[in-house]
Write a protein that binds this ligand. Structure first.
Ligand code: G1P
Length: 272
């Protein structure tokens, strides 16, 4: 069973400056809910009860968000405004949060390795809160957990993207072994369209087995001089098996202004 979910949340969010100068980008709200809370709710829905968050300097608002604010509770208890806290109270009750800091930004692979101390020796999920997902039936992570129960190996969520956008993503290729499930034979981090092995892009949902930590330790810096989880997973794919999973649902790239605005409009329409 997958009980722990890792959230790499140490990045600077430079594309959202100045909003992210003193506010973690994971705390930017889509409607009234911070991005990371959508991710945590998705993890809870998938059966996780332990959230492992890799933070950095200037990210304390995340810890405060997933904690009781006694002053606020006291102020609004018994008033008509109390219902505003229902959702976040529910989240806090259902799971525990632990934190560790990444002191240097050395890539997503390095961020995940930093979380080893919180994960230990068990399979775990990873959610990049920037990729905000929604669906009509079960959440993306929930779909992946079901697949993990069958295959017991690393899984990455994938989506078809326009060929000219491959340089924004990790891109995979592989053999389709079931409808929408690929046994990965190649993965490249942010390839230019002419070098991309396909147009199947990795989006920010992973299920990883704990042997990935040792592989990351052996992984040399790749694209951008950073330690890439994509490179570590390629090693894993060559040794054993890594699956790419075309999830059911919709994804917004909330790391970009365009995606953030689209997500806001989508959730606003949905809330009416
Ligand atoms: C990271 C990964 C990339 C993946 C993407 C999904 O990139 O390195 O392989 O496709 O997340 O959002 P980032 O967006 O952090 O640059």
């Amino acid at each position: 069973m997958i009980k722990k979910c890792l959230f790499p949340a140490a990045g600077y969010g430079t594309r959202f400056l100045p909003a992210t100068k003193a506010t973690p980008k994971e705390m930017l709200p889509v409607l009234t809910k911070p991005l990371i809370q959508y991710g945590v709710e998705e993890a809870i829905e998938a059966g996780c009860n332990t959230m492992a968050i890799v933070t950095g300097r200037g990210k304390r608002a995340i810890e405060d968000h997933f904690d009781i604010s006694y002053e606020l509770e006291h102020q609004i208890k018994g008033t008509s405004k109390e219902h505003y806290l229902t959702e976040i109270r529910d989240v806090i009750e259902k799971c525990t949060f632990s934190y560790t800091r990444q002191t240097e930004m050395k890539g997503l692979g390095h961020a995940i390795l930093t979380g080893e101390t919180l994960i230990g020796n068990e399979p775990f999920a990873v959610i990049l809160a920037d990729d905000l997902c929604d669906n009509t039936s079960s959440g993306v992570l929930s779909q992946m957990v079901k697949l993990y129960e069958k295959y017991q190996c690393c899984i990455v969520a994938i989506e078809e993207v326009p060929k000219e956008e491959t340089n924004k993503y990790g891109v995979i290729s592989g053999r389709e072994i079931e409808d929408g499930i690929f046994m990965i034979d190649n993965m490249v981090e942010k390839p230019e369209p002419q070098d991309a092995p396909s147009n199947l892009a990795i989006i920010g949902r992973y299920i990883l087995t704990p042997d990935i930590f040792e592989i990351i330790k052996e992984t040399k810096p790749g694209k951008g001089g950073e330690i890439q989880i994509t490179d570590a997973l390629l090693t894993q794919a060559k040794k054993g098996m890594v699956l790419g999973f075309k999830f059911k649902g919709i994804r917004f790239d909330c790391g970009s202004i365009d995606g953030f605005v689209k997500a806001t409009n989508y959730f606003y329409e949905k809330s009416k």
